[in-house]
Design a protein around this ligand. Structure first.
Ligand code: NAD
Length: 411
């Protein structure tokens, strides 16, 4: 991820003729912190954990990004994701820099008590560098509302007990969480899908789509597109996929997944593998599972005309080039999946004002932000004759560089 984000940054910086020292300053994060801390386990042992937080640059506002718990988290991975967040926030026009964090642990083998102690200790280790005006964490892999509530409680306790909901996003609603956060990334992806089809003068009604990954993002994207008249002919999850050329009934499929835990064996469909799904002859392909799914070996077999990247980094660099050369339009992750962080921004705004919006208002504002972001990227691509990914990075880097220049260099 770090390599990809740096590569696309360099391409954008070249085209923007970004001068030194700004060019180098923005290429690297401002802060990379590693903390080691103890946690008392249920059996009385004290175990040592390693945690990370990387902040890109708080130029237009505080930095923002999730915290993941995973046995394989590394500082480099966290840095790559922080950089990606920086450009995602900038392309969406949010007043945030990027950040990311993580703790190397195996949450699937830890009790709730152990996870609570780990979260509270990690929060207090980071307390000198996070806050509603400095850096705002959020859930990520294996963290959710529960961990965010512990985070807020811990830091608030350190501040004379003052409740600070704007400290993290992705909280339970009762603690200032936002309407619409759960479905935000999928809904944002749907708005982007509408925009790209409109820009290419294609009808949304009846457009054929295949969606890889049927979790939070993929299933909601599929549902919103289905409701708007698209024909979702195939979806998959880690166990395999299902196909029906006449289109899948997405609400029924969601119910099937709730019952069985997988899309597999959904009545009235043929089975297909994840590899076959990616190579289906559809108009729109939506990778919404994990990274590196479209690569050198399968890029030439992708038949979709449009790829909407809802997962982070689903296309490798080599595949990106191959798709571009074949005229496949790729809507990049930093634009296509920015709906999640956009609603996180709305949560933070609501928390600061203690004034909460209806679900309808959240969706209305989300549509406004993402349509505007899409338009800026599309116009940049047309003006500069570049692909949408280069254009998205150019929009993002130009915005942050302009703000950094306006502030001047305190050196
Ligand atoms: P999730 O865990 O809810 O769902 C992931 C889905 O992908 C599941 O259906 C799972 O079975 C499937 N999957 C996992 N490994 C797979 C594999 N090897 N092959 C095929 N399918 C596989 O996760 P999510 O929140 O829906 O996130 C999906 C992607 O979107 C991730 O790349 C994530 O980083 C990105 N993303 C999520 C958000 C968000 O708000 N949740 C925001 C931005 C980006």
């Amino acid at each position: 991820m770090l390599e990809l984000a740096r590569h696309f940054y360099d391409v954008a910086a070249d085209r923007l003729r970004l001068q030194e020292p700004m060019r180098t300053l923005l290429r690297y994060p401002k802060r990379k912190v590693t903390v080691e801390f103890p946690v008392v386990m249920d059996d009385g042992r004290v175990e040592r954990f390693e945690g990370f937080r990387v902040q890109h640059h708080p130029i237009v506002g505080p930095t923002k990004g999730g915290i993941r718990y995973h046995p394989k988290v590394t500082l480099q991975e966290v840095e790559g994701l922080a950089v990606l967040m920086a450009w995602k926030c900038a392309v969406a026009g949010l007043p945030f820099g990027g950040a990311k964090g993580g703790v190397r642990c195996d949450p699937t083998r830890m009790s709730e008590g152990e996870l609570e102690r780990l979260t509270r200790r990690f929060a207090s280790e980071l307390s000198f560098m996070i806050g509603p005006d400095i850096d705002i964490p959020a859930p990520d892999v294996y963290t959710g509302e529960r961990e965010m509530a512990w985070f807020v409680d811990t830091i608030s306790m350190h501040h004379r007990g003052q409740f600070m909901p704007g400290l993290v996003t992705g909280k339970p609603k009762v603690l200032g969480g936002s309407e619409g956060r759960e479905t935000a990334t999928g809904r944002g992806g749907f708005f982007v899908a509408q925009e790209i089809l409109k820009a290419l003068s294609r009808e949304f009604e009846g457009v054929t789509m295949a969606v890889q990954g049927f979790g939070n993002v993929g299933s909601n994207m599929a549902l919103f597109c289905h409701e708007a008249g698209a024909k979702i002919v195939a979806v998959s999850d880690i166990y395999g996929g299902v196909y029906n050329p006449e289109g899948l009934d997405i609400p029924k499929l969601k119910a099937h997944v709730r019952e069985t835990g997988s899309v597999k064996d959904f009545p009235g469909t043929e089975p297909l593998t994840n590899e076959e799904l990616l190579e289906l002859d559809v108009e729109v392909l939506v990778p919404a599972a994990i990274e590196n799914q479209i690569h050198e070996e399968n890029a030439d077999d992708i038949k979709a005309k449009i790829v909407i990247e809802l997962a982070n980094g689903p296309t490798t660099l080599e595949a990106d080039r191959a798709l571009y050369e074949r005229g496949v339009v790729v809507v990049p992750d930093i634009l296509a999946n920015a709906g999640g962080v956009t609603v996180s921004y709305f949560e933070w705004v609501q928390d600061r004002a203690f004034w909460f919006w209806s679900a309808r208002e959240v969706d209305r504002q989300l549509a406004r932000f993402l349509r505007r972001a899409f338009r800026r990227v599309w116009e940049m691509a047309e003006r500069e004759s570049v692909d949408l990914r280069t254009a998205a990075y150019m929009v993002a880097v130009a915005r942050v560089a302009e703000a950094a220049r306006a502030r001047g260099l305190y050196a």
